[in-house]
Ligand binder design. Structure first.
Ligand SMILES: *Cc1c(COP(=O)(O)O)cnc(C)c1O
Length: 388
């Protein structure tokens, strides 16, 4: 019997190599499991506090509260800010559905706005135009790893007297003029879903803020509305949304590698950018002041579905983030007020390329070659996007 020989050239390129990232930390992650087992402490406790302090410091803020997932982080942040029925919340149409879900779960009305064609993020101009008498908050989404212009959004929301919430679920460690994601808003929300730049080995999330009162309110609301330090005194109707001690330990181990992994992602995207410059496959732009952590490497391509199929046939896994903008999803259609042409057009062209901190230069070359030859097979070229 012959064994098929797998060479580097015929191996599949995974979309995200989480196993490879964990292999680098196998001994430390093993120790975290074992420490949790012998500690006998699984919800709350010192391991959680250690991670919360580490995460707040990393985000350049005073407080972090671990919660069960990123969606809960957003719902709790909005509720703790007092956002609820009768309020409108401004958010981009091009985001993961959880952003919109959180607004509705808090009892508020989502007001979807369009995005910039180069960065696919909200612009300050569009946010300002959408703020009305019922607006209570703006959720800025740091999609694909880069922040929109947070200093300008901060100024605009302060002027209008509305809250600024950062959905930083895709931007762990991203900066704007050197300042970290999470440090601009009244409150910022992170997800530690396994595929995020900092991922748990299960679900997890956090809320970060400089406001001690807000942090205390969120901590209480995430723990059945308990008065802090009391077991059976409940001042508000809360919920159960806590970060497990096990996940906190694993996240503390992985946090030590986050900057290296983000740098490795930047290296991959720089190589993609060099290979794809001047071709019909246009990488989403990064603003000059922004340092992206490249959660995703997104290109806009003509005939996206055909290109994706050709890449799949060559063993290259890609994704689409996101095929339908939130306001066109059945669940959110009733809040659809106007056409949002950039988000709607982009949804048909977006393609997320393989991107892992462990990716080799040879793999990046292979994906780039395959992508360019998929574009060159007589596909009709479409209108080029405006350049930055
Ligand atoms: C992942 C994600 C969320 C939700 O996080 P979960 O932990 O999956 O609940 C929210 N917003 C954005 C932009 C995300 O990418």
């Amino acid at each position: 019997m012959t064994v098929p020989v797998q060479t580097a050239l015929t191996e599949d390129v995974p979309f995200l190599d989480i196993a490879g990232m964990h292999a680098e930390l196998a001994a430390e992650l093993d120790a975290a499991w074992r420490e949790t087992l012998v500690s006998g402490s699984f919800v709350g406790g010192s391991a959680l506090e250690r991670f919360e302090h580490g995460w707040a410091a990393y985000c350049q803020v005073a407080h972090a509260v671990g919660v069960a997932n990123g969606t809960d982080a957003l719902v709790l942040a909005l509720r703790a800010l007092g956002v609820g029925p009768g309020d409108e919340v401004v958010l981009p149409a091009n985001t993961f559905v959880a952003t919109a879900e959180a607004v509705v779960l808090a009892g508020a009305t989502p007001r979807f706005i369009d995005v910039d064609p180069r960065t696919l993020l909200v612009t300050v101009k569009d946010v300002e135009a959408a703020i009305g008498p019922r607006t209570a908050a703006v959720v800025a989404v740091h999609l694909y790893g880069q922040m929109p212009d947070l200093p300008a959004l901060r100024a605009a929301t302060s002027r209008a007297g509305v809250a600024l919430v950062e959905d930083a679920a895709q931007a762990h460690g991203a900066t704007w003029s050197g300042r970290r994601a999470g440090s601009f808003g009244d409150v910022a929300c992170f997800s530690f879903y396994p595929g995020k730049n900092l991922g748990a080995l299960g679900d997890g999330g956090a809320v970060v803020t400089d406001d001690a009162m807000l942090a205390a309110r969120i901590r209480s609301m995430a723990d059945h509305g308990r008065r802090i330090g009391e077991k059976y005194v409940h001042d508000v109707v809360g919920t159960n949304s806590r970060l497990d001690a096990l996940q906190a330990r694993l996240l503390s181990v992985k946090l030590r590698r986050l900057d290296d992994w983000n740098e490795a992602r930047r290296h991959v995207v720089r190589r993609y950018a060099a290979r794809l410059a001047g071709t019909p496959a246009q990488l989403v732009r990064t603003a000059t002041e922004a340092e992206s952590v490249h959660h995703l490497a997104v290109v806009q391509v003509p005939s996206r579905d055909a290109v994706q199929q050709r890449l799949l046939e060559r063993g290259i896994a890609t994704g689409i983030h996101y095929p339908v903008p939130c306001h066109r999803q059945l669940a959110f259609e009733r809040w659809w007020r106007e056409p949002l042409p950039v988000a709607e057009a982009a949804a048909g062209h977006l393609l997320s390329l393989p991107l892992s901190p462990t990716m080799t230069d040879a793999q990046v070359e292979r994906v780039s070659d395959a992508l360019l030859s998929s574009l060159d097979t007589g596909l009709p070229h479409q209108r080029a996007l405006p350049s930055a």
